[in-house]
Design a protein. Structure first.
Length: 235
């Protein structure tokens, strides 16, 4: 059992949370808190923030701390920070930074997009690699925001260009039904969205009439982990 299946696959997806007004032409900064669990047992907490960075760009970060079980014993934490600008209703990637601490060891990944050259550079500490950028491209941290915007616009099937380690991958998602979801922040009549191009992907529950991003997300790969909204505040 390692910390990566415990924390990283789910938490790496990232969550943004806000009202439709917050993510219209002028997004609003916010802080949101989530509980993280695995198999129904508490595992950690996540703090999500969105801040204006100036020059039409935004910073979004997800800071996760292991507070129970093996994650707490190993002092596990992950932090992902994205910078993006808006391309229409899409949060088009500018940069992404991933850091993971576990048992005193650190792992990092950095991604930088040069839109003038249409090039993505990725560095995990072993030397940079590059590949071609795709207009409207997101990365894993901002994928849920792009999904929420598509749901708000009434889309039922969504294909997203997502920058990953070695290239841009088209990820496919589909609305699969409606369910009542209860989380610490309340009860929601939610739309369920599943990733359809991965054998064990993830499921997310959105309330698109109230919020752009999931109130709950379940990562099927790596131990069936769940994130549930606890609180949200605008700044």
């Amino acid at each position: 059992m390692t910390i990566r299946p415990l924390l990283a696959p789910l938490l790496g997806l990232g969550l943004l949370f806000g009202s439709q007004a917050a993510f219209a032409a002028t997004p609003t900064s916010f802080t949101a808190h989530y509980n993280v669990s695995q198999g129904g047992e508490p595992l950690g907490v996540a703090t999500i923030t969105l801040r204006a960075a100036g020059n039409g760009e935004w910073n979004y970060s997800e800071d996760v701390q292991g507070t129970a079980g093996l994650a707490a014993m190993l002092g596990a934490s992950t932090k992902e920070t994205s910078r993006f600008h808006w391309k229409g209703d899409v949060p088009e990637a500018v940069s992404y930074n991933y850091q993971r601490q576990m048992a005193g060891k650190n792992k990092q990944r950095q991604m930088l997009v040069n839109w003038a050259k249409q090039q993505v550079t990725v560095d995990e500490g072993k030397g940079p690699s590059t590949y071609a950028a795709v207009p409207g491209m997101v990365e894993r941290n901002t994928t849920p925001l792009a999904l929420g915007l598509a749901l708000r616009d009434g889309q039922q099937q969504i294909a997203l260009p997502v920058a990953v380690r070695q290239g841009v991958q088209t990820q496919n998602f589909k609305v699969t039904g409606k369910e009542t979801v209860k989380v610490p922040a309340g009860s929601f009549n939610a739309v369920r969205v599943d990733r359809t191009d991965a054998e064990r992907g993830f499921s997310a529950w959105y309330a698109p009439d109230r919020y752009l991003l999931p109130v709950k997300l379940s990562q099927h790969d790596g131990g069936d982990m769940v994130m549930e909204l606890v609180s949200y505040s605008q700044h």
